[in-house]
Each structure stands twice: as structure tokens, then as C-alpha cells.
Design a protein around this ligand. Structure first.
Ligand SMILES: Nc1ncnc2c1ncn2[C@@H]1O[C@H](COP(=O)(O)OP(=O)(O)OP(=O)(O)O)[C@@H](O)[C@H]1O
Ligand SMILES: [Mg+2]
Length: 260
């Protein structure tokens, strides 16, 4: 592929009169990890949801793997694609949310095998085999018959990652995947994500886990008030921020960690 896997240009988005994204640019090369940081309300979730078209955009363009997401461009004017085509685009992108969103009436393996069967028309047998391999990969082969309610939050989140991977996405989006977890369960989810990154998955991760961002991210992007304030290598943005807003955010984060 020529150019970045994710190429977002001047993305704008308002809810009623509230402009939440004020022209976001972001490029993510294939196999790279971007961590998105920023205060509550800065537009991080909205931006992720725009990438996979769970939200419409008002202006700008987002390409994933060369595909213009959600729209057809005719002479510079955007026309919304039919839902079916948007769903097909979305299928190429895995998303893991803060809350686990597993189907409660299905076991772990059924959760992981569901979409490949229902959406891609894979055989049940093949889908279960792959689901088992994926559960093994996230360290849960022995829990494949458990229902979500019988799993810890960390285990549920690992099932959610396996479920997203079952669709063989080109890109994974994570929206604060560990922020609803008890502290002792955060590490197991981050280590699955770290491994995924080392295997070459392209990932955009909204997180406040600074040690993860420092270690795993190729690029850290700090957003505030719907704009990218600062972006660069983790050692620069986290280690030596240039902007006052970034400094303030990071020092607040540090003091919250020290005095929870
Ligand atoms: N569906 C919606 N309708 C109206 N306003 C919305 C909607 N979704 C988000 N917003 C507003 O958009 C702004 C950005 O929200 P967003 O959820 O993207 O922020 P965030 O950076 O993810 O924050 P947090 O760290 O708290 O998750 C907020 O002011 C929010 O209230
Ligand atoms: Mg959010």
C-alpha cells in the first residue's frame, strides 16, 4: 500500500452547536501504534467513532487503507454511502470499548465465533477453531466455555479483543480499554495489546496508561478542545512536552496516580 493506513485530514464534527472536532489531522502507518491522550471531553472517543463511521463527519476526509470512509467524493462534494457499504468498511476495523460489550447469553468462544459466522458466512466449525486459537492467544483457552458473567473484567476485555480479531481487521481501535478495570487486572489486558502491537497490528489507542504509551506507542497525540495540540514520539510528548496544555494535563494525570 502507498501512504499511511489511516489518513485523516481536517476532520470536523459538531453535535448541535457544539463543535467537538475542529480539524483533526492524523496519519498512521501500517504496523504502527498511536496513543491518543487528552482531557475528558476533548473529542477522543468522537474521533475514533468517526474513523469507523459510527459518527458522521461534517468536514474533512478519513481514508483507511485507501478507502474513503463513509462517503463517496464526487467533484469535491461528499455523499453518504449506503449503510451496507459503510458496514462493509467497518468490518475491516476492530473496536474495543471501555466496557466489554460481550453478548451475555453466549460463552466466550461463542462470542468470538459469532461475527465470522453471521457476517462473513464462515462455517461454524472453522469459526470455532479460529476462535479457540484466538482465545489461546489472549491466554483464555481454558475459559472458552465460560459466560461473560463468570469472567473477571480483565478476562472479559481479553475476550472482547479476541472477538475483534476474529474479523481479521486491518486496524484496531481501543477506547480506554483498561479504564473500567480494577488496577490489578489492567496489566493482563495491556500485555495482550503489547503483544498485538509487536505482531504488527496497526492500532489507535485512547489511554491514560502512560507507561504503556511510552513503551508501545510510535506516536503520542495529545488532543484538547477538539484539536491536536501536540504529536510526536512518546519521549518528546510525554517526556518533554512543549505546550502548556500538555504539561498541565500530564502533571494532573501524575498527581491523580499518586493520590487516587
Ligand atoms: N452523541 C452526542 N451528542 C451530543 N454531544 C456529544 C455526543 N457525543 C459526544 N458529545 C460531546 O462531545 C464532546 C467530546 O466527547 P468525547 O466523548 O469525544 O470526549 P472524550 O475525549 O472521549 O472524553 P472522555 O475522556 O471523557 O471519554 C463532549 O463535550 C461530549 O459531551
Ligand atoms: Mg471517551
Amino acid at each position: 500500500m502507498i501512504g499511511p493506513l489511516v489518513h485523516a485530514v481536517n476532520v470536523t464534527k459538531s453535535f448541535h452547536h457544539n463543535q467537538v472536532l475542529k480539524g483533526i489531522d492524523l496519519d498512521v502507518d501500517e504496523g504502527r501504534v498511536v496513543c491518543l491522550l487528552g482531557p475528558s471531553g476533548s473529542g477522543k472517543t468522537t474521533f475514533l467513532r468517526c474513523i469507523n463511521q459510527l459518527e458522521t463527519i461534517d468536514g474533512g476526509r478519513i481514508w483507511v487503507d485507501g478507502d474513503l470512509m463513509g462517503y463517496a467524493d464526487r467533484d469535491g462534494k461528499l455523499y453518504r454511502l449506503p449503510d451496507k457499504q459503510i458496514a462493509a468498511q467497518r468490518r475491516e476495523i476492530g473496536m474495543v470499548f471501555q466496557r466489554f460489550n460481550l453478548f451475555p447469553h453466549m460463552t466466550a468462544i461463542e462470542n468470538v465465533a459469532e461475527a465470522p459466522v453471521q457476517v462473513k458466512g464462515e462455517s461454524k466449525k472453522a469459526a470455532r477453531q479460529r476462535a479457540l486459537e484466538l482465545l489461546e492467544r489472549v491466554g483464555l483457552a481454558d475459559r472458552c466455555a465460560a459466560y461473560p458473567a463468570q469472567l473477571s473484567g480483565g478476562q472479559q476485555q481479553r475476550v472482547a479483543i479476541a472477538r475483534a480479531l476474529a474479523m481479521q481487521p486491518k486496524l484496531m481501535l481501543f477506547d480506554e480499554p483498561t479504564s473500567a478495570l480494577d488496577p490489578e487486572l489492567v496489566g493482563e489486558v495491556l500485555s495482550v495489546m503489547r503483544e498485538l502491537a509487536s505482531e504488527g497490528m496497526t492500532m489507535i489507542v485512547v489511554t491514560h496508561e502512560m507507561s504503556f504509551a511510552r513503551e508501545v506507542a510510535d506516536t503520542v497525540v495529545f488532543m484538547d478542545g477538539g484539536v491536536v495540540v501536540e504529536a510526536g514520539a512518546p519521549a518528546d510528548v510525554i517526556g518533554n512536552p512543549q505546550h502548556q496544555r500538555t504539561k498541565t494535563f500530564l502533571s494532573r494525570l501524575r498527581s491523580e496516580h499518586e493520590h487516587p
